[in-house]
Design a protein around this ligand. Structure first.
Ligand SMILES: [Zn+2]
Length: 237
């Protein structure tokens, strides 16, 4: 898998949200990254509210938008503080979480944030990319999958056991990530689910995704394994 980043195209993007749109579309145009369920992306920023106060916000992919064709309006602007507070709750039902995510919006007309919004918020880096890449799923779904990914990626990733997407997963990541993260950490791998990469700029986060998925592809091809034949496009979260 090759990086589709172009300095020329990126130079036409004014600001972080425009760059977020640009690399989200690059991810969306790579079928081996997104065919099996969408993926989602985010960027952290700050705004000055009506009262002149600075607020930290995260623009996270909105439900109903596809990465390949996303536009700035497809990102949901959420206040960071309530998202980080939610991640510390003991329990929260998924409908309650969806309602709280909507309440965190700075724009009531924005689309509902991805159900994975809290996972994006708890990762400290500014840009976060998340895919359900075929090669990563093939590795982690195989017998001894966790051992294999640890062998290939080592301490570049934080490893999270499988939990159904929703509040429980967000809470588990918030609990495990800080203890496992090292200076060398560039992403978080959710076993049998997908991969998060992150970086301080759009290019770094995107190219880390391409590099790590390429390593997984190489690992599989060296062992004569092939990634699954892509099926019908599924609604991503
Ligand atoms: Zn996911």
């Amino acid at each position: 898998m090759k990086s589709r980043w172009s300095d020329e195209d990126a130079s036409r993007c004014a600001g972080d949200l425009a760059l977020r749109v640009y690399t989200s579309r690059l991810l969306g145009s790579e079928p081996a990254l997104v065919l099996h369920g969408g993926g989602n992306t985010s960027v952290k920023s700050s705004i000055t509210n009506l009262f002149g106060e600075e607020e930290r916000v995260i623009y996270v992919k909105g439900s109903g938008w596809d990465l390949e064709t996303i536009e700035p309006a497809g990102f949901s602007p959420c206040r960071m503080q309530p998202l980080l507070a939610l991640a510390k709750l003991e329990t929260l039902s998924d409908p309650q979480m969806a309602a709280e995510l909507r309440k965190s919006l700075t724009d009531v007309n924005a689309p509902s944030p991805s159900v994975e919004a809290i996972l994006h918020a708890i990762l400290p880096a500014r840009f976060v990319d998340h895919t359900h890449a075929d090669a990563i799923l093939t590795m982690t779904n195989s017998p001894d999958g966790e051992h294999r990914v640890r062998e290939v990626f080592g301490d570049r990733l934080v490893y999270i056991p499988y939990v159904m997407p929703g509040f429980k997963l967000a809470r588990l990541c918030a609990e495990l990530y800080p203890g496992q993260a090292r200076k060398s950490t560039v992403g978080m791998l959710l076993l049998k689910h997908g991969l998060f990469t992150f970086g301080e700029n759009a290019k770094q986060s995107y190219e880390r995704m391409i590099e790590l998925v390429s390593l997984a592809e190489e690992y599989l091809s060296k062992r004569g394994a092939s990634t699954p034949v892509p099926g019908a496009r599924r609604q991503g979260s």
